[in-house]
Write a protein that binds this ligand. Structure first.
Ligand SMILES: [Zn+2]
Length: 382
């Protein structure tokens, strides 16, 4: 039996195994190597390992590890991938952990391969024969792009833990809410023609002008009809992000596209938001038949809320010493919650370092994270 690595060695191995997710094929990488590193470690401790290929991805895998048996228990979850990096903006090799100024630098140290190194330390000396409920570890694929791994895992419904912790970098503050996100492209198909003969064409920019008017009304309607005081931006947002159309001043514009995004509040479904968008455009769609269409640009990610009061949230607040809060970024939490468990996002490191050059995990997080994981495993599995 190989010796299991200590925290910093485990972290080094995880960071050295590249698993970049990108919508650009040239950057996108598989994650089987890091999944196998995790499998080897946790198998040695006695976990049973289930590795599954995630459909519709470029060679990406989820890992589910289970220790103990029975119903319920605790799930510690995270994603195995990272974002791409810009080497010129890093002061060190992003794939090599540099230990400096009481910090571990490296791509994924806080977002969020580091969490698995913490889990390993927490599990090393567990007495599996005394477990009353199972302990699960989930490492997903493609969180940084499509969330395909978490979506697939939620569809499979392989298990139903009592509680789940997703170890994204929250500075160990329990996160119980975030907004959802979706982006759409609105396309206007006009009819091009010479600008001197307006009656022979249909100007797509002019129709888009009307569409934008409706979208701004919808934006205002969202602000006046929906609120959640837990967020610093209390209403759902609608942003007009990019527009293009036409080719020349003397041609009637035949085609125009507008990209927008919307961020929903917890409690609003994707379908509800899409219906509002469709409803806003319906009168114009009737006036200009077959000229206005809208399509999803990326798979949407739902909003998330862990309902309270919850013993789990209270315990997380007590152990971490922080009050729970809402955040502005999206996570896999809504998918994990579909397993039917109480779910929070809570992990070491700061979101300010995530997706940034010179990403790091500070030493100051280490003891607190070890205590947190030990207390949670003790509470829900023993
Ligand atoms: Zn992350």
């Amino acid at each position: 039996m190989h010796q299991l690595p200590h925290f910093s060695d485990a972290l080094k191995q995880l960071i050295a195994s590249p698993s970049i997710s990108s919508t650009q094929a040239s950057w996108d990488q598989g994650n089987l190597d890091i999944i196998q590193i995790l499998a080897t470690w946790f198998e040695q401790i006695g976990f049973s390992i289930d590795i599954q290929k995630v459909p519709d991805t470029r060679n990406k895998y989820n890992l589910l590890a289970k220790l103990g048996s029975g119903e319920g228990g605790l799930l510690l979850a995270g994603h195995s991938d990272t974002v791409p990096f810009d080497e010129n903006r890093w002061q060190s090799d992003p794939l090599k952990v540099v230990d400096k100024d009481d910090k571990f630098y490296g791509l994924g140290t806080c977002d969020m391969k580091g969490f698995f190194a913490f889990i390993l330390q927490a599990c090393k000396n567990l007495n599996a024969s005394k477990l009353k409920k199972p302990l699960y570890i989930l490492a997903t694929a493609d969180e940084e792009t499509t969330m395909a791994g978490a979506r697939f895992f939620a569809q499979q419904q392989l298990m139903k833990p009592d509680v789940a912790i997703i170890g994204e970098p929250t500075n160990l503050v329990p996160v119980v809410m975030h907004k959802g996100h979706m982006s759409h492209r609105i396309t206007i198909q006009g009819q091009s023609g010479h600008s001197s003969k307006p009656s022979l064409g249909v100007n797509a920019i002019e129709i888009m002008y009307l569409v934008i008017g409706e979208l701004i009304s919808l934006k205002e309607k969202l602000i006046s009809n929906y609120h959640n005081q837990a967020f610093d931006v209390t209403a759902p947002t609608l942003n007009l992000g990019a527009i293009k159309g036409g080719d020349n001043a003397n041609r009637i514009c035949g085609h125009c596209e507008l990209d927008l995004d919307m961020r929903s509040l917890p409690g609003m479904t994707d379908a509800e938001l899409i219906n509002l968008l469709a409803g806003a455009l319906a009168p114009l769609a009737e006036k200009y038949p077959n000229r206005i269409s809208f399509d999803e640009l990326h798979p949407s990610s739902p909003s998330f809320e862990q309902k309270q009061p919850s013993d789990f949230v209270s315990l997380a607040e007590e152990i971490s010493g922080h009050q729970c809060c809402a955040v502005n970024y999206a996570t896999e939490a809504p998918y994990i919650q579909q397993l039917g468990c109480q779910t929070i996002v809570l992990g070491p490191g700061s979101i300010n370092q995530a997706h940034q050059p010179n990403e790091f995990l500070a030493y100051s997080e280490i003891d607190k994270t070890n205590l947190l994981l030990a207390a949670m495993i003790n509470q829900y599995c023993f």
